[in-house]
Write a protein that binds this ligand. Structure first.
Ligand code: SAM
Length: 224
């Protein structure tokens, strides 16, 4: 998959792309990332990407044309690109949406700033996506969330494919609890079943724990 990050702050992504799963995804050739600097798509002396809002009011609005031009340039090289605008207005990202996006060959993630983007940009994207019901100062953090959630689902990225299959939300449940050494931490032990060596019993315990945990903390998932 090729992800095109459309942003006024390409430097925002340097460290996150150089560590962990995004790095691994790039190293194994499952993920390619291009930084699309919106200032390259301005044509005034100040390379401005924002302007005052028509009708007045606080803050600045991101200009439509640099974003549209940048998306058209991406599309020229990748005609099937899926264009996503990060926005508090979109549906909230879910595992199912991340899994669907992971099937795309090219994904352009458009990062807003300030009061948001000129409304006309919405005619040039395929969808809007939010990462939750709160307002971030910019779309870059949201784009990273999407990129990370998608990258770990690309074939060959996670060391153990089974770990992806049992993770929270994949089966509609939260994942069961994990323990590692030492056996006692501040007087708190490990559930004895996990030390029993009985794999079938461990699997049953984990399934029951996942159900109990989901019922207790996310009953909405159980209803779904
Ligand atoms: N004025 C906008 C509003 O009230 O809905 C908020 C604009 S926000 C300060 C600037 C940019 O951050 C947005 O254009 C969007 O790209 C990004 N952003 C903020 N919150 C987000 C969220 N929950 N999910 C995805 N992107 C978000």
């Amino acid at each position: 998959m090729h992800v095109h990050l459309v942003t006024i702050f390409p430097e925002f992504f340097a460290t996150p792309l150089a560590v962990g799963i995004p790095k691994r995804a790039r190293d194994v050739g499952a993920l390619r990332v291009s930084l699309v600097d919106l200032r390259e798509y301005t044509n005034d002396r100040h390379r401005s990407t924002d302007d005052y809002p028509y009708g007045g009011g606080p803050g600045m609005v991101m200009k439509a044309e640099p974003i549209i031009d940048a998306l058209e340039a991406v599309r020229a090289g990748a005609p099937r690109v899926r264009r996503v605008l990060l926005s508090p207005r979109g549906p909230v990202l879910s595992h199912a949406r991340a899994a669907a996006l992971a099937l795309e060959s090219d994904l352009a993630l458009v990062c807003g700033r300030y009061e948001g983007v000129d409304e006309r940009v919405r005619h040039f994207v395929d969808e809007e996506l939010s990462i939750g019901d709160y307002v971030l100062s910019g779309g870059e953090a949201a784009a990273l969330v999407v990129l990370d959630a998608v990258a770990r689902l690309l074939p060959g990225v996670l060391g153990n494919a089974e770990s992806a299959a049992t993770e929270s939300f994949v089966s509609g449940l939260l994942e069961y609890p994990h323990y590692t050494r030492p056996e006692i931490v501040r007087g708190i032990g490990v559930p004895p079943i996990l030390l029993s060596g009985d794999h079938a019993a461990v699997a049953r315990w984990r399934e029951a724990q996942a159900r109990e945990l989901t019922n207790r903390v996310r009953p909405d998932l159980v209803e779904e």
